[in-house]
Design a protein around this ligand. Structure first.
Ligand SMILES: Nc1nc2c(c(=O)[nH]1)N[C@H]1C(S)=C(S)[C@@H](COP(=O)(O)O)O[C@H]1N2
Ligand SMILES: [Mo]
Length: 516
């Protein structure tokens, strides 16, 4: 029990250090700090050399080694504490001095915070050790650890109660170690990624994200209509990731695999060196209900997908392109769509800044005209060429259509449904989208009246939504207003209502208003 107590206490101390290191960039991980000492201070730089040669795995090995050494030493302190109570605190304090010193010598760290972190970690370790040793001692139900009397006076119930106490305490200690380590790592990683993203910003800057001269919008003239460019903070998010993947571009690469002439792997730097395109593209989620807000329009830039495919050389018969994310999510679409001239891309920026983490940093796929679930793989790490039959993306076996063209749709933003309006001139307005084929017409129907043409804003691109407005002379009474759009190919939205699954909701968006 002494060994287990010591080991768990050491784990709790390490976990505390990890947790604290997640709280601020100025507090390095004690473990990484110690590993860093080995890297820098071994004679002849042996460790540095082997990391340069063998890469990240070597570093993982080194860190694992440091952790195991700490745990074993903790176990040893636990055993020795049986003889002398002082061994635990002294041993842990020695740990702390090494950890604090190692952390403080790291370049970005604050000396004070490094030492504080070591001090707190040691405190947690000693406290855990004390509690665990006390519980394990009473579990043996002896007056003291040195009295050997296996048949001491006790009852079964007393014994099991004490055993439970030790189990609970050790379970809590282990949980603290695991949670602290996990949370600390995660916080540290997301801080690293945020910093990397910030650093990339100037290199990835696009042209200014502004509405080009000559494109009329209703941003200022019509109150309540969706802005023609959706700000990143308002852009909808859908994904199957519980924890946002935190991808450091330095540890990332994009592979192009499968039915290609040569499989290739590009670092982020290599991707950056390629020519980029920029385009306004409206992205929609297939789960969007009629009138829903899982749709947005942004200015994206990235490396054209055809250029990447050309580097790898697409084999004849490779009829499907599958994007795979770092966490294993997949989406597939027909190869011909990537090559038919639409600006499909591996996007690196959104509205002029590096992709926000929740929108796929550092790279995502975008194929204008396709719902996100078949195309827009965020946190992209691999593009695989295969056949249409050979693979189904993440959502396909879950009941969604294999092909996912975005349906032509329109939405009333203003007035809101069930609003009460004053009689007279009122702007009825919203957005309409049919990415890859533009919008040619939007019409509004009041009650059972005829379909009346709405006025359209300019179009940012054939892949972007448009705003529309209908100046309505509202007469008193209760009214029912509907909208429908027609795309550039002449296809008008169907009136038939259908649910989002399996291939996108259909039907007109309608609202009720009272005029009085
Ligand atoms: N890695 C990954 N990429 C993903 C998804 C996902 O769950 N995981 N969801 C997709 C879906 S269903 C949509 S609609 C779009 C949404 O992109 P956004 O969150 O940037 O708006 O991302 C797509 N890309
Ligand atoms: Mo989606």
């Amino acid at each position: 029990m002494g060994a287990l107590s010591g080991l768990l206490a050491a784990a709790a101390a390490l976990g505390t250090g990890e947790l604290l290191s997640g709280a601020s960039q100025k507090i390095p991980s004690l473990v990484l700090g110690v590993a860093g000492v080995f890297v820098d201070e071994t004679p002849g730089g042996i460790v540095r050399w082997s990391i340069d040669t063998f890469g990240a795995r070597q570093k993982t090995l080194l860190v694992t080694g440091v952790v195991i050494a700490c745990l074993l030493l903790g176990a040893l302190f636990g055993i020795l504490s049986r003889r002398s109570r002082a061994v635990g605190p002294i041993g842990f304090a020695a740990f702390g001095v090494i950890g604090g010193w190692a952390a403080a010598r790291e370049a970005q760290s604050s000396d004070f915070l490094s030492w504080l972190s070591a001090f707190v970690s040691v405190g947690v370790g000693v406290a855990a050790l004390t509690v665990l040793l006390a519980k394990s001692a009473s579990e043996r139900v002896r007056p003291g650890p040195d009295v050997a009397d296996p048949d001491g006076p006790t009852t079964m119930s007393r014994l099991s109660l004490n055993r439970r106490g030790f189990l609970l305490a050790s379970g809590a200690t282990a949980a603290w170690a695991v949670v602290g380590t996990g949370l600390g790592r995660r916080l540290r990683q997301s801080a690293n990624v945020a910093a990397a993203r910030e650093e990339l910003a100037p290199r990835l800057a696009t042209g200014p994200v502004i509405v080009p001269a000559g494109v009329e919008t209703f941003d200022k003239s019509v109150r309540g209509v969706s802005p023609i460019i959706t700000p990143n903070r308002d852009f909808y998010r859908t994904d199957a990731s519980l924890l946002l993947p935190q991808v450091d571009p330095d540890d990332w690469s994009l592979r192009i695999t499968g039915m290609v002439d040569r499989e290739i792997e590009l670092s982020f730097e290599e991707l950056l060196a390629m020519e980029r395109i920029e385009e306004f593209i409206t992205l929609a989620c297939v789960s969007n209900e009629v009138g829903g807000d899982l749709v947005g329009n942004a200015y994206w830039s990235g490396v054209p997908l055809p250029a990447l495919l050309q580097l790898a050389g697409v084999s004849a018969g490779a009829s499907q392109i599958v994007g795979r994310s770092v966490d294993g999510w997949t989406a597939g679409f027909p190869t011909e769509l990537a090559l038919d001239g639409r600006p499909s891309m591996v996007a690196l920026t959104m509205n002029g800044v590096p992709l926000p983490v929740k929108h796929g940093f550092p790279a995502r796929l975008l194929v204008p005209g396709l719902y996100g679930y078949v195309s827009a793989t965020k946190w992209l790490k691999e593009i695989e060429l295969t056949t249409w039959e050979a693979f189904d993306g993440y959502w396909i076996p879950r009941g969604w259509a294999k092909e996912g063209p975005i349906r032509v749709q329109s939405r009333i933003d203003v007035p809101q449904s069930f609003a009460t309006l004053k009689p007279g001139r009122t702007a009825v307005a919203g957005v309409a989208w049919g990415p890859a084929r533009s919008i040619s017409r939007v019409e509004v129907q009041i009650d059972e009246g005829p379909w009346l043409p709405a006025r359209l804003s300019g179009a940012l691109s054939v892949n972007a939504w448009v705003q529309w407005v209908y100046e309505w002379d509202a007469a008193p009474g209760s009214h029912f207003i509907s909208v429908r759009a027609t795309d550039g190919t002449g296809e008008t939205q169907t009136a038939k209502r259908s649910r989002p699954d399996p291939s996108g909701a259909t039907g007109y968006h309608s609202i009720n208003v009272d005029v009085k």
